[in-house]
Write a protein that binds this ligand. Sequence first.
Ligand SMILES: NC(=O)c1ccc[n+]([C@@H]2O[C@H](COP(=O)([O-])OP(=O)(O)OC[C@H]3O[C@@H](n4cnc5c(N)ncnc54)[C@H](OP(=O)(O)O)[C@@H]3O)[C@@H](O)[C@H]2O)c1
Length: 259
Amino acid sequence: MTTSLITGATAGIGAAFARRLALEGHALVLVARDEKRLEECARDLRDEHGVRVEVLAADLSLDEGIAAVEARLADRSAPVDVLINNAGFGNRGRFLDASIDDELQMLKVHCEAVLRLTTAASEAMRERGRGWIVNVASVAAFLPRGTYGASKAWVVSFTEGAARELVGSGVRLMALCPGFVRTEFHRRARMDTAAIPDWMWLDADRLVAAAVRDLAVGKTVSVPDLRYKAVVALARITPRGLFGTLSTRMGRTHGPKRT
Ligand SMILES: NC(=O)c1ccc[n+]([C@@H]2O[C@H](COP(=O)([O-])OP(=O)(O)OC[C@H]3O[C@@H](n4cnc5c(N)ncnc54)[C@H](OP(=O)(O)O)[C@@H]3O)[C@@H](O)[C@H]2O)c1
C-alpha cells in the first residue's frame, strides 16, 4: 500500500491532500502541531475511506519537530512513498511590521523544514527507486512579496534544482504554486482580505486535483488554474517594479499584531 506523509494536514490545502490521497486508498501520516485536531482528522479519514492513518504531532518551527518528521521519513521499515511538504503560514503586514522572530520562524518552516524533509525522503526514496515529493510554494514566489514571497521563491528554485539532479532515480519532485485559496491561512495571519476580488479565490479540493494531475504528467512546477497561469506569465514579462507594487498591496494590510 502507498503511504503518504502530509505536513499541515489538518486544515486548508493539506487537509484537501489528505482527503484526495485517502480517496485513492493511500495510507496516511498526518503532521501538524495540534494533537487533538490531528486525532479528529485521522478518525474522520479512517471512517470515511477505511485507510490506515498515523498522526505525528510536530512543530516544524522547532529543531525537535523537524527531527521527528525526518526520523519518520527515514524509517526503512515503514516507507513513505509520497511526501507533501505543505505546512506554512503568513505574517501580517509589510516589511518591518512583522517581528524578526516571526520572520525567522517562517524561514524555518518554509525553507529549513522543507530542505530537511525533502532530503530525508529523497534518500529513502532513491534507495527504493521510487517516490513523489510535492513542495507547496505559492504564486508569490514569482512576485516581490517580502519574506513570504522570498521563502516561496526558494522553495520553487530548490525543488527545480533537486528534481533535475534526481532525474532517472525514480524520485519525482514538484513545486506547487497556488494563488489565493480559501483556507484558514489569512484568518490565522489576521490579514485583511477585503481587497481580494472573489474571482481570485481558489477551492482547495480543485487545486489539489489539478496538482495531482500535474504530478502524474511529470511537471516540476505546477501553477493550477488558468487565472494564475496568466498572472505568472504576466509577472514574467511585466517590469518587476509594477507587479511588485500591486502584489505588495493585496492581502497584507494592517490588523492587530500576532500575539
Ligand atoms: N491559502 C492560500 O491562499 C495559499 C496560497 C499560496 C500558498 N499557500 C501555502 O499553502 C500551504 C498551506 O496553507 P493553507 O492555506 O492550507 O493554510 P492553513 O489552512 O492555515 O493550514 C495550515 C496547516 O499547517 C499546519 N501548521 C502551521 N504551522 C505549523 C508548524 N509550525 N508546524 C507544523 N504544522 C504547522 C496547521 O496546523 P497546526 O496549526 O495544528 O500546526 C495546518 O494544518 C502553506 O505553505 C501556504 O504558504 C497558501
